[in-house]
Design a protein around this ligand. Structure first.
Ligand code: NAD
Length: 278
């Protein structure tokens, strides 16, 4: 049996331009990981801590799968590591596992990189005996990831692209609206992707009174409920995504606060990336 070092990258794949999948050796996290949980990763001793969803795991081999998009300094740094490199720190599994039960018919909606995060949920919901209808979408066909993975764990897979280069032209929320309008009885909707997509999906399901869960992607530092950086407003109360979530009832989330806080450091993030890439 091949021996790996803790947090060693043992596989790396480019799924789409700037979207990478890595398999990391960490048997303890792999042993405990459940759908909906995440890890906090740090590259370099002085590196920034960033939360990333655990997309998959192999308990026997001790591997976890992480999918990330290179958008800022830290994800670029992570993207530069190759097979055989060791990630400085990987903490997890963090966050509460998603609620997995037999609900009936569940619609799993994944937008962009969020598809990799919805995948373990769809997989476990299918295993629990649900009828899983998945809707996945990306800006264009080249950015669509995990199509085969999602097909394997779904009873039905629907695809959208913003530009119409694959599947239905439009947003995942458009397909969700049509599905609900068709009169199909849906017991639960789970949506993961950009905040604006989750907000739109919540607006779509509200009039149908379908319980809707979203996995929030707020900025995060400690990941264990101490620092408060990831605070969001849910049902009029302050909640921490790391220890109270990341899954919340979409109809209770104040998405405007989430979006505002996600954009709070945009200028600094862009400047830091510019300096890093120079
Ligand atoms: P993107 O901007 O390419 O959008 C992906 C899809 O979301 C689009 O194709 C569309 O179907 C839908 N969408 C976008 N804007 C919409 C709108 N206004 N209304 C309705 N639907 C809309 O997304 P990206 O660049 O891949 O970004 C992925 C996002 O997912 C990031 O913001 C990341 O933080 C988030 N994410 C969240 C988690 C989590 O656990 N919550 C995990 C991974 C990624």
């Amino acid at each position: 049996r091949q021996l790996f070092r803790l947090n060693e990258i043992v596989e790396k794949k480019e799924l789409a331009p700037r979207i990478k999948e890595i398999k990391v050796y960490n048997p303890r996290i792999a042993a405990k990981a459940r759908a909906g949980q995440f890890v906090i990763v740090k590259v370099g001793e002085e590196g920034e801590r960033i939360p990333l969803t655990i997309a998959d795991w192999d308990r026997e081999k001790g591997l976890i799968t992480i999918v990330f998009q290179e958008v800022g300094v830290s994800t670029y740094k992570l993207g530069r590591l190759g097979v055989g490199d060791v990630i400085t720190d990987v903490v997890g599994p963090l966050g509460n596992p998603s609620e997995i039960e037999k609900f009936g018919t569940v619609v799993c909606v994944g937008g962009g990189v969020g598809i990799a995060a919805i995948y373990p949920m769809a997989k476990e919901l299918k295993k629990a005996g649900n009828r899983v209808i998945s809707i996945i979408g990306a800006r264009n066909k080249d950015l669509l990831i995990y199509e085969e993975e999602m097909r394997r764990v779904s009873d039905e897979l629907r695809i959208t692209t913003d530009d119409g280069s694959k599947g239905r032209k439009g947003f995942v929320s458009d397909e969700l609206r049509d599905l609900l309008n068709s009169g199909l009885k849906v017991d639960r909707v789970i949506a993961v992707g950009p905040a604006i997509m989750m907000k739109t999906c919540a607006d779509v399901t509200r009039p149908f009174n379908v319980k809707t869960i979203v996995s929030l992607n707020s900025l995060m530092l400690c990941g264990m409920g101490m620092c408060g950086a990831c605070r969001v407003e849910v049902g009029g109360k302050t909640r921490f995504v790391c220890v109270d979530g990341p899954d919340f009832d979409a109809h209770q989330v104040n998405f405007d606060v989430l979006i505002k806080r996600l954009n709070a450091y945009k200028a600094e993030e862009q400047l830091a990336l510019k300096r890093f890439l120079e």
